[in-house]
Write a protein that binds this ligand. Structure first.
Ligand SMILES: Cc1cc2nc3c(=O)[nH]c(=O)nc-3n(C[C@H](O)[C@H](O)[C@H](O)COP(=O)(O)OP(=O)(O)OC[C@H]3O[C@@H](n4cnc5c(N)ncnc54)[C@H](O)[C@@H]3O)c2cc1C
Length: 388
């Protein structure tokens, strides 16, 4: 049986970051993914300033982007009406995950991780600390990092389920030809889905269009997607819609057990307001690798989880803050007044973009929103009166 200091399952942003960092630190690393790369991943592919900062921290150089992937215009809409444009937003990069993830995986392999892509997992034995690949080989590990996405087999092996069905989100997307939409503008449509939103991200050869929200609040997300396509002037047969779960506010308080750590979507690390997950995936993969390096360095792999949890604490706190703030944006009773305030307030729009750029935390936004609450409540009452 081959033994590795670290086995990483999943070679997306979380797994590639973990494998790269552990291999660079001189550990023996196996990188397992059931797919061979390049592979598709359903995703808006929007990479924020926050994500780019995590990338640079882990991979040691700025994330490479073609100039036409960089977007600085963000146009917000609410129920079809313009709700404010920011023309000089902190840059957002509209990537295709197929290309980005292949490049991330290649860097992890280039750093020395052994290539087990194209191989699924048949079984995990946490007692004996080994993993059986579907193709037969058994690999031993000191620390295992489960970075195998929202449907995580590793999380299921530890906890019986990959995610909490009552809290999980879901997204539908298409790649469309939409030359009539401005190529330099990232479009966000508040309320295109319940407890969620719609998006149109222009890419080099297509536009990624989608809607997403909490699954339990959107029993007919396909209809919301069809309505959104109509709104954007696109005729798309439903058969072309592709869907995927999204841990949109389904953070795992306990991201692993003993020497098994969960990172990225497998740990539910997606922003409950924006749905952003690429940056948190890379950051948590990097933290999991550091926890493994330290735990193995002291000959105590079973302490990896405690170390990892300590490192994750600030991110967990921020995601909790976002969950506190979320009802204000998405509750049917408050959403119209929030959208009204959002459309009128450049400050509010900039605050959210600053959060995505990694220049502000939700705790700061929460306090500023709390300070505006009396005015917000007044707006709500006035709007209710007008609507009655
Ligand atoms: C519709 C939609 C739109 C989104 N848009 C954005 C966006 O614009 N910006 C953003 O930041 N985030 C976005 N997200 C979230 C983002 O896609 C995820 O948060 C991110 O991909 C998480 O990275 P990860 O490495 O944890 O998992 P993944 O990227 O899902 O990678 C997991 C890897 O594990 C592999 N794998 C899975 N199961 C196994 C197994 N059993 N054995 C071996 N390998 C396995 C998979 O093949 C895959 O390569 C979106 C999500 C959805 C669903």
């Amino acid at each position: 049986m081959a033994r590795f200091d670290v086995i990483v399952v999943g070679a997306g942003p979380a797994g590639a970051a973990a494998a790269f960092r552990a291999a660079r630190a001189g550990l023996s690393v196996a990188l397992v993914d059931r797919k061979t790369f390049p592979r598709d991943k359903l995703c808006g592919g929007l990479v924020t300033g926050r994500a780019r900062a995590h990338y640079a921290d882990i991979f040691g150089h700025p994330m490479p982007f073609a100039p036409d992937e960089r977007k600085t215009v963000v146009a917000f809409h609410h129920r079809g009406r313009p709700a404010g444009v920011i023309a000089d937003a902190p840059p957002l990069c509209a990537t295709m995950r197929r290309e980005m993830d292949a490049a991330l995986c290649a860097q992890a392999l280039g750093a020395g991780a052994q290539d087990f892509t194209g191989q699924g997992v048949a079984a995990l034995d946490t007692g004996a600390r080994n993993l059986t690949l579907a193709s037969g080989p058994v690999l031993g590990y000191g620390v295992l990092i489960g970075a195998d996405g929202v449907n995580s087999q590793i999380a299921r092996a530890l906890f019986g389920q990959s995610f909490d069905r009552a809290r999980i989100g879901f997204g539908l997307e298409i790649e469309a030809e939409a030359p009539h939409l401005p190529h330099d503008t990232v479009r966000i449509d508040l309320a295109a889905a319940r407890w969620g939103y719609g998006w149109a991200f222009p890419k080099r050869h297509s536009t990624t269009i989608g809607v997403g929200g909490i699954l339990g609040k959107n029993p007919d997300l396909k209809r919301a997607m069809a309505a959104y396509c109509d709104l954007l002037g696109l005729k798309v047969p439903e058969a072309r819609f592709k869907g995927q779960f999204l841990p949109f506010g389904d953070v795992r308080a306990r991201p692993g057990r003993g020497a098994v750590l969960l990172a990225g979507d497998a740990a539910g690390l997606v922003d409950p307001i924006t749905g952003e997950g690429i940056g948190h995936a890379m950051a948590s993969g990097g933290m999991a690798a550091l926890a493994a390096i330290d735990a193995l360095g002291e000959g105590q792999p079973e302490t990896a989880l405690a170390r990892y949890r300590a490192a994750l604490r600030p991110l967990h706190r921020d995601l909790r803050m976002a969950r506190l703030l979320r009802p204000l944006l998405y509750l049917p009773a408050t959403e119209p007044a929030f959208a009204h305030a959002f459309a009128r307030s450049t400050t509010l729009r900039r605050m959210f973009l600053a959060q995505m750029a990694g220049e502000a935390e939700y705790s700061g936004i929460l306090w500023r929103v709390a300070a505006r609450l009396p005015r917000f409540a007044l707006t709500m009452v006035q709007r209710r009166r007008i609507e009655e």
